[in-house]
Design a protein around this ligand. Structure first.
Ligand code: MN
Length: 289
């Protein structure tokens, strides 16, 4: 049977999100270390407004299923994100950004926001922002796959990946054997409906985990309608990471330094436009485990 990871509900910028990573039962899948599923929610009910906040040691991967989001960062980037497009921000040594649903937006907003831990070789490097509006789409036996990161069935994403990684948006219409790297572990999030995976079922809103070893993942809709799903994969991340708030590092001293530098207005994190209030970092709890 497939191992299931249940979400924990959290609030991000005024919107309830289902957090699927990190969880006690599973911290990472490859270098994927954070998965938030926000919405779908009508903009009249809740509208995500996340003020300037910092990141270190990770990439943020933002993928919209419906609606629009404006990204602004301390490199001066200002980018509208729409369905079918990917924002990939590299924090490295430090960056700050803000994200908000613009006031002109109408109707349903639905977002997947993910983080990828950077390896030691790049995590102290410069920050970077990229917007990918033209991602490869491949048909696999009646399942449509948009390749966000890495490669699937011969289609390769132009997005940066510092470690062996896969991220793909799937619309599963028929029973499909998705070809995968046997050295990767995988997670599959059933976004809108229940998805049959291997010999189990991943209920809508839940993440199923598959250990390394297989070169195919069998998926099919559990009901009669096509299922939207997010497939994540990667080689098990060999470095032990420590996370606090929006920071990924290797120990608490590094995390405390990042907290102090953000809260103290250090040059490490630049200013962000857009007019939203800056979000202060909570302290790292002393002696936490
Ligand atoms: Mn962020």
């Amino acid at each position: 049977m497939i191992d299931l990871v249940e979400p924990r509900m959290s609030d991000v910028g005024g919107v309830t999100v289902a957090r699927l990573l990190p969880r006690a039962v599973r911290r990472t899948i490859g270098a994927w270390c954070f998965v938030d599923h926000a919405g779908p929610v009508d903009v009249d009910v809740a509208s995500m407004q996340v003020g300037p906040h910092p990141h270190i040691g990770l990439h943020t991967v933002s993928w919209m299923l419906a609606g629009e989001l404006v990204h602004r960062d301390s490199l001066g980037s200002e980018q509208v994100l729409r369905p079918g497009q990917l924002n990939l921000m590299t924090a490295g040594h430090g960056i700050a950004h803000a994200e908000q649903v613009p006031s002109r937006a109408r109707g349903e907003q639905h977002l997947l926001q993910l983080w990828v831990a950077q390896p030691e070789s790049t995590r102290h490097g410069p920050p970077e922002f990229a917007h990918h509006a033209d991602l490869p789409v491949v048909d696999v036996d009646g399942t449509t796959a948009t390749v966000l990161v890495g490669a699937l069935a011969g289609a390769r994403s132009p997005a940066r990946a510092d470690t062996p990684l896969l991220g793909a948006d799937l619309v599963v219409g028929t029973p499909t054997e998705v070809p995968v790297e046997p050295t990767f572990e995988h997670g599959i999030l059933a976004v809108d409906r229940d998805l049959a995976v291997a010999d189990g079922v991943v209920p809508a809103g839940t993440l199923g985990y598959l250990p390394p070893g297989a070169d195919r993942i069998a998926v099919r809709p559990a009901g009669s309608d096509p299922v939207r799903a997010l497939l994540l994969g990667g080689e098990p991340f060999p470095e032990r990471i420590r996370m606090h708030w929006n920071f990924v590092a290797r120990d608490d001293d590094e995390l405390r330094r990042a907290v102090d530098e953000w809260n103290g207005g250090d040059d490490r994190f630049g200013p962000v436009g857009g007019g939203l209030a800056r979000i202060p970092s909570p302290p790292v709890a002393p002696g936490r485990r």
